[in-house]
Design a protein around this ligand. Structure first.
Ligand code: NDP
Ligand SMILES: CC(C)=CCC[C@@H](C)[C@H]1CC[C@H]2C3=C(CC[C@]12C)[C@@]1(C)CC[C@H](O)C[C@@H]1CC3
Length: 513
């Protein structure tokens, strides 16, 4: 496969040695930003000033929409959060042409220990939420693992994590949404009040209204996760174990697997515990000097291949576990800082890691964007868990990217964009297959290869996560996601079609403007 040819010395340095800028500029800036936001959020939460300010800020959103309604409405609406600030990998080009609605809602509003809920504004991040809840001995039932992911993005898109085989996707732990609609009205929706809107909001990508707060279910948290590592050198054996763990009647609280080649990988099962037991070692994987998590997992596979057949156990601090893939962005950071996991680097600079995704996006030169478009895959495909092995074989043929992330999750038989095949069941178990990296497949070409994978996923009645690019046609997209309820709402909500494009118009690479 041809690399993108640098056009100048600067471009060459930015592509081949991007780490120079990342380590010397972006990491210190990211660290300063982290300190500022942590202190700011702590003070605001302690002063309890956010709930009062919330009403004022929501009114300001309504004012902006009313302003738009008074105008000629020649442009549609989106949030004003610039594309570079988001985790989504796709480029939100529409932000430049749409009317941007400023949504300055960044706070945790209320923790309710009695009802086991937390009320959040949409720009609250996962790192902020788990940090705020920790002193209360609570945690969101599903914590998508990158610190920078926001509640709003996870509701309007989707969120998955290793507890999703019990609780479902992030939207399944959301009990109520507060939204400003295209006519400027403020509405509350839940299972009983405006249920149609409630079920259509997930996966709608901000095309039904603006989210202003969310009520989220929390669970009791313990201090550690007792994690068992089960290495395998055969795909059928690994798949069977993975399925068995996900579908057990009383499953472990966390189930995940990493594949390091088509046939080898490690299944991990975990449970929250109060104390470190004597059957395993204490491993604070979130510390600045710790090795990247996926590298630690790989060592268990190597040990197994070298004859260590015993199940290994570790005790990991809960927040370290939740955010275990943040320090290395799964394995994506190794392409940017190739020596990032080296002991000397970790001990000297690990405390500055990771750089903010937003700063990486902001400073990404066009040549690197071209390179990612041409010779890099970032996709999560969601398929029924029975099809796991077939899916891995197909992904291997088209991409050959390893490691691969496997995460089981339930799709509930609810109204909305996700439909399960057997309507008599309450839920169906799926697996998220996360492919992030440089493809080694001989015939890889971004669009044709991804389209073949999309076709496979649709045939299996699966879905594609939409934070990255989809290449499906509008018809194919509508075959993948059920639009019945969504279309009905767009037809009935005042000004909705005028104000927002269809989901497809935002997420398809060739359609969004
Ligand atoms: N483990 C996981 O589950 C992971 C999930 N992801 C994905 O990343 C994305 C989340 O990234 P994040 O940076 O948090 O979110 P983004 O800012 O990228 O937002 C994602 C979408 O949600 C819409 N949205 C966000 N906030 C609001 C709001 N208040 N009102 C209306 N619409 C809103 C955005 O609309 P607009 O276009 O108007 O801005 C956008 O279309 C999700 O798509 C998620 O699936 C990525 C990595 C891991
Ligand atoms: C667990 C799930 C469902 C998804 C994980 C996806 C992540 C691996 C990607 C989501 C956003 C991606 C970005 C990058 C790497 C891969 C993700 C973290 C970059 C940091 C790669 C380098 C670029 O310059 C910026 C990218 C921003 C988004």
């Amino acid at each position: 496969m041809d690399a993108v040819e640098p056009k100048s010395l600067l471009e060459y340095v930015l592509i081949e040695h991007r780490w120079v800028v990342v380590v010397t500029v972006l990491m210190p800036l990211s660290f300063a930003w982290k300190i500022y936001t942590t202190v700011r959020n702590y003070v605001v939460f302690k002063l309890n000033s956010a709930p009062k300010a919330h009403e004022r800020k929501v009114k300001e959103i309504q004012r902006q929409i009313k302003e738009w309604l008074k105008g000629d409405r020649s442009t549609q609406l989106c949030t004003a959060r610039p594309a570079w600030q988001t985790v989504s990998f796709r480029q939100g080009i529409y932000k430049k042409t749409f009317t941007n609605i400023d949504i300055n809602l960044v706070d945790v509003l209320e923790v309710d220990k009695e009802n086991m809920t937390v009320r959040c504004e949409p720009l609250v991040t996962m790192g902020q939420l788990s940090r705020t809840l920790e002193p209360f001995g609570l945690a969101p039932a599903v914590v998508p693992e990158l610190d920078q992911l926001t509640v709003g993005g996870l509701v309007m898109g989707t969120g998955v994590e290793t507890s999703s085989h019990i609780h479902g996707l992030f939207q399944n732990i959301c009990l109520q949404y507060e939204l400003v609609l295209a006519d400027g009205s403020l509405v509350i929706c839940n299972d009983l009040l405006n249920p149609g809107l409630f079920y259509a909001i997930p996966w709608s990508y901000g095309t039904l209204g603006f989210l202003t707060s969310v009520l989220i279910k929390v669970v009791p948290a313990k201090k550690y996760v007792r994690l068992e590592y089960h290495p395998y050198t055969s795909l059928p054996e690994l798949s069977n174990r993975f399925r068995e763990e996900a579908l057990k009647e009383e499953p472990h609280q966390f189930v995940e697997a990493l594949l390091f080649t088509k046939e080898t990988g490690v299944v991990m099962t975990g449970d929250m515990v109060k104390k470190v037991g004597d059957d395993g070692k204490w491993n604070p994987i979130g510390r600045w000097y710790s090795e990247w998590f996926f590298k630690q997992v790989e060592k268990y596979l190597t040990g197994y291949k070298n004859g260590n057949k015993k199940t290994s156990v570790e005790y990991i601090p809960l927040r370290d576990y939740y955010h275990r893939h943040t320090r290395s962005f799964f394995w994506e950071l190794q392409d940017i800082i190739p020596f990032g996991n080296h002991a000397i680097f970790r001990y000297l600079f690990g405390w500055l890691m990771p750089p903010e995704i937003s700063l990486l996006k902001l400073t990404q030169p066009q040549a690197v964007t071209d390179l990612y478009n041409k010779a890099h895959v970032i996709q999560d495909m969601l398929v029924p868990i029975e099809t796991l092995e077939e899916a891995i074989q197909t992904f291997h043929k088209e991409f050959q990217v390893y490691p691969i992330w496997l995460c089981p999750f339930k799709v509930f038989n609810n109204p909305g964009q996700l439909k399960i095949q057997d309507k008599s069941k309450k839920w169906q178990m799926f697996v998220d297959i996360g492919v992030y990296g440089v493809p080694k497949a001989k015939d890889f070409e971004t669009e044709p290869s991804t389209r073949r994978i999309e076709k496979f996923v649709t045939e299996k009645h699966g879905f594609q996560m939409l934070y990255a690019d989809t290449y499906t046609s509008r018809d194919e997209f509508r075959q993948m996601f059920d639009h019945t309820l969504y279309d009905k709402l767009r037809d009935t909500l005042p000004h909705c079609k005028e104000a927002f494009p269809e989901i497809y118009g935002k997420v398809n690479r060739h359609v969004r403007k």
